[in-house]
Design a protein around this ligand. Sequence first.
Ligand code: HEC
Length: 112
Amino acid sequence: MKYIILILLSLQLTAQTTFITPMEYASQLYKNPRGIGCHRCHGENGEGRLVATYEYKKENREFRGPAINGVDFKEFYSALNKRKRGMPSYFLTKKEVQALYLYLNKENVDAK
Ligand code: HEC
């Protein structure tokens, strides 16, 4: 919670120069992070999503993006900075990662 307030303050400064609220910025970044949008695999609000079903050796399989709305910041940051199974690599700045985290934890903030 304390961390979220800090993120919000630092994004407020960024947003002031672009005339959008920190939450608008965060929401746009989530859907368009210089690569495939996070929502395509993790759902509109990070609740997780079934992306595809396929057959492998006559077995039905699923490709799912896990829920990412309950991950703590350290884990979130490290997941975006290492290679993971099925999870694309992004080259995001720390501020961008913070914005995404803010978006996924928006129910904890009063940001408009
Ligand atoms: C092509 C689908 C896809 C896209 C797009 C995608 N992810 Fe993922 N993501 C995955 C999969 C699959 C995993 C699980 C990887 C594993 O099991 O090791 C994952 C894992 C994660 C995790 C770790 C979850 C945990 O519990 O440790 C985080 C955090 C995450 N993604 C955030 C993001 C963010 C933020 C974006 C947008 C910048 C994004 N992802 C875009 C598929 C995707």
